[in-house]
Design a protein around this ligand. Structure first.
Ligand code: ATP
Length: 224
């Protein structure tokens, strides 16, 4: 035994990026990829089945999973986790994190959210409990500089950490900014372009264009 009694090696964090991924685009993938580097973390993408905060996705759950599988093929760093699609009812992040906490023990968990989503955190189900379950990693997102509501500012004030390395030493409770390369891509814009019959080839992973069935739900909107 090399480690002295009572001393534990820091655990590699597990970070999750939830979203509708309707469709997955290079903004998601690059932010997740760079977060994995900045945190030296395993990163999982978790598509939501019934997002509680927003209108239903254009593509069905199976179609969004097929796009994610195609997008993630051939790289080892980003992993798909479909647990929210397997659960009945709305996808509450607090429930997902509680399940991951039960599985992962004291391993640091990091909930990745874009700046826009972070500003809306106080509208999430049981949002204050999120900090007891995971750290929050806030991904910079161009075009999104929303003001933080007062309740969020107060909650975050004592939790802000400058150095992502702190996240390795505690299981949950810190908030860290993750400055990822700004890519001003949104699924809304991608859906608009496809519905207009345009071809957003370099906003999406190339694999989404290999199988015409993958982007068909968005193109059908134009004809319908
Ligand atoms: P929509 O336009 O349909 O609202 P979206 O592009 O915001 O979709 P989501 O699936 O809602 O994509 O996003 C999932 C998560 O990824 C959110 O936390 C969001 O802030 C973040 N995210 C999405 N696009 C980017 C981007 N270009 N840069 C950084 N973070 C992003």
């Amino acid at each position: 035994m090399t480690a002295s009694a009572g001393q534990q090696a820091p655990l590699r964090p597990l970070a999750i990026l939830g979203g509708t991924f309707d469709p997955v685009h290079l903004g998601h993938l690059n932010a997740a990829w760079e977060a994995a580097e900045l945190l030296d973390a395993e990163v999982r993408l978790l598509p939501a089945r019934v997002p509680p905060h927003r209108p239903p996705p254009v593509a069905g759950a199976d179609q969004r999973v097929a796009m994610l599988r195609a997008a993630l093929r051939g790289q080892p760093r980003l992993v798909l986790d479909t647990r929210e699609l397997e659960r009945d009812g709305p996808s509450y992040t607090v429930d997902t994190l509680a399940a991951l906490r039960a599985e992962q023990g004291a391993r640091p968990l990091v909930l990745l959210v874009g700046e826009d989503a972070f500003a809306g955190l106080p509208s999430w189900h049981r949002w204050r409990e999120l900090f007891g379950l995971a750290h929050l990693g806030v991904l910079t997102r161009p075009g999104a500089e929303p003001a933080w509501p007062e309740a969020l500012r107060e909650t975050v004030a004592q939790r802000l950490a400058g150095d992502p390395a702190i996240l390795r030493r505690e299981p949950a409770g810190r908030v860290v900014a993750l400055p990822v390369t700004p890519l001003e891509i949104s699924a809304t814009r991608v859906r608009e372009l496809l519905a207009e019959g345009r071809e957003p080839r370099y906003l999406l992973p190339a694999a989404l264009f290999d199988d015409p069935a993958l982007l068909a739900p968005y193109r059908a909107v134009a004809g319908g």
